[in-house]
Design a protein around this ligand. Structure first.
Ligand code: FAD
Ligand code: NAP
Length: 313
């Protein structure tokens, strides 16, 4: 029986692991389906994590986190969690390998995943010229032209990254204003090999059996334009990973909002006793590494008191 099961090993889960173990819980396991670190490991540059100056990739930032947790006794199982259920006051973690694990408390931090934009050809060419990860796939387009779709922080930062590798980046955005931080917009506008294609949406990505050859965009007046590129990167937001909380009856284990985000209070407690949700997956998440880490610490401190009360009265 675990004192606490942590689902997800991004900034939220790792920080929850650090604080629960360092705070005295002896039996804590973090279940992470891949390498710990979370989605920030896909980022080419992070410049807003406090105390970290200079150029640093997301991978560099996250590298020491698991080791720090293990020092205090956090166990890590590399397995996908399929479902979390609760019977009486005991949680059961249902794992992808068919086994289960019981726990007194659960901290979920399964984060979010890139959303599909929904244009013709997006699914057909996904992985064959359509990508959601510039760090992973940008190198394939070294010395070539690419298109980037979106107007948020991710799209602009990744367009800037791609502009260093590629000869030209077409930044396609459906409005003429960006959601991104002002200094990122300034950098974008100062980058000579980025062409802004504004008030335009993707109509279709097309290609042949080798992959993408171009993208057709439609502007707000309905005018179509063909842009010949072998690579199209979409950064149009994220959907939360809440599947582990879905029960067989089609209902969630705890209260969620209409977007599928977990409703928590300021202690990261959900509507179900002993279950906490952290990071990108919770309501009103700032979707930042620092806030996800903060959530993990808050939830962990609550869990320490909760487990102590449960076991020792
Ligand atoms: P995640 O980082 O998403 O981690 C969740 C973890 O859970 C993942 O490792 C996943 O494998 C695991 N998981 C999911 N489901 C399961 C399951 N069923 N079983 C087991 N494991 C599971 N933020 C900043 O502060 N600054 C930036 O500069 C910045 N740049 C970004 C650039 C990019 C390209 C992206 C995509 C995001 C960026 N962000 C940035 C946002 C930041 O990465 C997220 O807010 C943060 O990673 C959220 O942390 P998290 O722990 O909630 O979730
Ligand atoms: P986001 O902020 O939700 O932006 C998504 C962008 O895609 C928006 O510009 C949106 O247009 C556009 N879009 C959405 N659906 C579309 C569609 N179907 N077709 C075409 N365009 C579409 O997502 P994000 O940029 O991934 O950022 C997510 C969160 O992570 C944010 O809170 C962000 O601040 C954070 N983040 C922070 C950093 C950082 O701090 N450096 C870096 C990356 C991410 P509209 O603008 O018209 O809605």
């Amino acid at each position: 029986m675990l004192d606490c099961a942590i689902i997800g090993g991004g900034p939220a889960g790792l920080t929850a692991g650090l604080y629960t173990t360092r705070g005295g819980l002896e039996n804590v396991t973090m279940f992470e389906k891949g390498m710990p670190g979370g989605q920030i490991t896909l980022s080419s540059e992070i410049e807003n994590y406090p105390g970290v100056t200079g150029e640093i990739t997301g991978m560099d930032l996250m590298m020491p986190w698991p080791e720090q947790c293990q020092k205090f006794g956090l166990k890590h199982e590399m397995v996908e969690v399929i479902k979390v259920s609760k019977d009486g006051d005991i949680f059961t973690i249902h794992k992808g390998d068919g086994t289960t694990q019981e726990a007194h408390s659960v901290i979920v931090g399964t984060g979010s995943r890139p959303r599909r934009a929904g244009f013709a050809g997006e699914d057909e060419f996904f992985g064959r010229g359509v990508s959601t990860c510039a760090t992973c796939d940008g190198f394939f387009y070294k010395g070539k032209e690419v298109a980037v779709i979106g107007g948020g922080d991710t799209a602009l930062e990744e367009a800037l990254y791609l502009a260093k590798i590629c000869t030209k980046v077409y930044l396609i955005h459906r409005r003429d204003e960006f959601r991104s931080a002002p200094n990122t917009v300034d950098r974008l506008k100062r980058t000579e090999n980025i062409e802004l294609v504004l008030n335009s949406v993707p109509d279709e990505v097309y290609g042949d059996n080798m992959g993408v050859t171009g993208i057709r965009v439609k502007n707000k007046d309905g005018k179509l334009r063909d842009i010949e590129v072998p690579g199209v990167f979409t950064f149009v937001g994220n959907d939360v990973n809440n599947q582990t909380l879905m029960q067989e009856n089609g209902e969630f284990l705890c209260d969620m909002n209409a977007k599928g985000e977990v409703i928590v209070n300021i202690s990261m407690a959900t509507s179900l006793e002993g279950l906490y949700a952290t990071g990108d997956m919770r309501i009103a998440a700032p979707k930042q590494v620092v806030s996800a880490a903060g959530d993990g610490a808050v939830a962990a401190l609550q869990v320490i008191s909760f487990v102590d009360e449960k076991l020792n009265g």
